[in-house]
Each structure stands twice: as structure tokens, then as C-alpha cells.
Design a protein around this ligand. Structure first.
Ligand SMILES: Nc1ncnc2c1ncn2[C@@H]1O[C@H](COP(=O)(O)OP(=O)(O)OP(=O)(O)O)[C@@H](O)[C@H]1O
Ligand SMILES: [Mg+2]
Length: 310
């Protein structure tokens, strides 16, 4: 049986902000449709950089990002806009317009589908409005549709953020520390909604988390970054205490060993899948991929037009 192509395929991704140190160092990773993957790692490990390279909020130094069969790094502006419609983003600090209602905030998720004029005038179809109310219902906030965003609790704000993502009809949701500002109970509610989106709507989720316990509980798979390198990629049951310790101790020697083991395992898996000749470095394309394909287009971070965000 032929294997389904991945929704997201990241190859040899490297990012250097300053031209010499590497925030991301040769990260290769793929994500299946509907899969829920958490990214863990200590502060500065490269988690946010990784997530932002996926939708080109950050332009990689080298490497390839393929989303739904299309190249993200070399996409034209128009193509990038189309790609970003299907890649929603949830932020640690919600990024809501505080003086707007919950439902108005949710409708912002439709902007990528509208002309600049219709968007700036806030013109939405009845169907879009219906969809926005439905999304609020899906995150358990029907009763708060007309509440101002700044009157909501942190957990409720984050659920509005998720509803805003849902109306984008995304194939992938990126969430950068979505529960870092929340208490444990609200964190659970938010994680439940993300997991639900993966299970019930088939939306793949890529979630940066500091809380290993949540990552273990909610993920299909976990990847760990340390010093910009991928040092673990496996199912939660494979993430033992020693590995967690090495990741969070910032013990780069141990992390390096893990990275090497990870690379070896990947090479073995590749060799197994592709036949005996594929096991060599040459056949794996390591040499060829080293330089990667440089990203050439400038990128403007997505921003809300409104001045007030919460
Ligand atoms: N815009 C930037 N310009 C320069 N360096 C940056 C920039 N963004 C991140 N870095 C650096 O890149 C490295 C990775 O940072 P990144 O924010 O991706 O890590 P992180 O794992 O998300 O950390 P945290 O858990 O604190 O959010 C760090 O050394 C950081 O200082
Ligand atoms: Mg971060």
C-alpha cells in the first residue's frame, strides 16, 4: 500500500539570524495530516524559529519546507497568501483585538479569503458569520460571542484564538506556547480543543510546549530541539526521563549524542525503506542537501491592522 504523502515535510532546515550561530541546525521533520505533534526544548532551543519557518514568518537560511506538496520558501507572495490560509496560528498572548467582541475577533480568521477592501470594511457574508458562531460553539464559548475580548479570562481568550483559526479552514494549526500564560485548568481546556481539532476535524497540530507532561498526554508524537538541533522524534512512550533531562539540562554533549542517535535511526529507517543502496551518506543526499535552497523572498510578518491587541 502506498503511504500517504506528508502534509508538511521539512528538510535540512537551518536558520541563522546573525550569519554564524544557528538557531536551527539541519532539522528534518515531517507531519502527517491530522497528526498532533508537540515540540519541546529549553528556552532558546529554536522552537519558535522552527514554527515560524513553516509559514515563512521567518525566512530560513537554507533547507526546504514543503506544505501540502508546495514549496513554502520559494512561493510567490500570492502563493504564500494561499498557503497561509491553510496554516493557522495560535499565539501565547492570543493576539486578539481587545475592544472587539469575541465573534468579531473570530471573523478575522476569514481575512485571508477576502479582498483588502472587503476586509478593511469588515464585510463578511452571512455564511462567514454563521461559521464564526459555529466555531465559538465548537470551543465552548457560544455564550460569549458578544463579550469584549478584553473582558474574557486567559483560557477563554485562547479559545477565541482557536475559533479564529478554525474559520480559516486550516489543514495545519501552529501553536506557539498556547498555554504558557494559563493556569492548569484553562491549559487543559485549551489543549482539549486543539486535540479535538486534530481528532474530529483532521487538522494537524504543531504545538510548542514547555510543559512536558502536557506534551506526553496530548501528542501523537513529540520532537525535542536542543541548541537548534532535533534531538528526539518519537511517540510519547519513548521519551524517558534521561532523555528529558538531557534536553532540559542544556547538556549539549548528551543532546549531541541524542541528535546523532536520532540521525542514525533516521538513516537506518531510510535505508530499510529504500533498499540496500540507500544507506550510504551519498544516497541519503546529505551532501547535496547541505547547502539547501536559499530563501530569496523577503517576508512581512502577519500583523493585525488594529492597534489594540490583548
Ligand atoms: N529575531 C531574532 N533575531 C536574532 N536572534 C533570534 C531571533 N529570534 C530568535 N533568536 C535566537 O534564536 C535562538 C532560538 O530562539 P527561539 O525563540 O526560536 O527559541 P525558543 O525555543 O522558542 O525559546 P523560548 O522557549 O524562550 O520561546 C535563540 O538563541 C534566540 O536568541
Ligand atoms: Mg519560543
Amino acid at each position: 500500500m502506498q503511504e500517504e504523502s506528508p502534509l508538511l515535510a521539512v528538510s535540512h532546515l537551518t536558520k541563522s539570524y546573525d550569519g554564524w550561530s544557528r538557531a536551527l541546525d539541519d532539522v528534518t521533520f515531517s507531519l502527517r495530516r491530522g497528526e498532533f505533534v508537540s515540540i519541546i526544548g529549553s528556552s532558546g532551543a529554536g522552537k519558535s524559529t522552527f514554527l515560524r519557518c513553516v509559514n515563512r514568518l521567518v525566512v530560513p537560511t537554507s533547507g526546504v519546507v514543503e506544505f501540502d506538496g508546495r514549496e513554502v520558501c520559494t512561493a510567490s507572495r500570492r502563493e504564500l497568501r494561499a498557503l497561509r490560509r491553510r496554516i493557522a496560528m495560535v499565539f501565547q498572548h492570543y493576539n486578539l483585538v481587545g475592544r472587539s467582541t469575541a465573534v468579531e475577533n473570530v471573523l478575522q480568521g476569514r481575512l485571508g479569503y477576502k479582498s483588502a477592501l472587503a476586509g478593511s470594511l469588515g464585510i463578511f457574508t452571512e455564511e462567514e458569520k454563521h461559521r464564526a458562531f459555529q466555531a465559538l460553539e465548537q470551543v465552548g464559548l457560544s455564550d460569549f460571542a458578544y463579550a469584549r475580548a478584553d473582558s474574557l479570562s486567559g483560557g477563554q481568550k485562547q479559545r477565541v484564538g482557536i475559533a479564529r483559526s478554525l474559520v480559516q479552514d486550516p489543514l495545519l494549526m501552529l501553536a506557539d506556547e498556547p498555554i504558557a500564560s494559563l493556569d492548569p485548568k484553562s491549559s487543559r481546556t485549551v489543549m482539549d480543543r486543539l486535540r479535538w481539532a486534530a481528532d474530529e476535524l483532521g487538522i494537524a497540530c504543531l504545538v510548542n510546549l514547555h510543559q512536558v507532561d502536557f506534551a506526553l498526554e496530548y501528542s501523537d508524537r513529540i520532537i525535542a530541539l536542543s541548541g537548534g538541533r532535533k534531538v528526539f522524534d518519537g511517540v510519547p512512550s519513548e521519551l524517558d526521563d534521561a532523555t528529558v533531562k538531557a534536553i532540559y539540562d542544556g547538556n549539549h554533549d548528551s543532546a549531541q549524542q541524542l541528535a546523532e542517535a536520532e540521525e542514525l535511526a533516521a538513516a537506518e529507517e531510510y535505508a530499510e525503506a529504500a533498499g540496500p543502496a540507500a544507506g550510504t551518506a551519498e544516497a541519503e543526499g546529505r551532501e547535496g542537501a547541505e547547502g539547501g535552497r536559499p530563501a530569496v523572498l523577503p517576508v512581512r510578518p502577519a500583523s493585525l491592522a488594529a492597534s489594540e491587541v490583548v
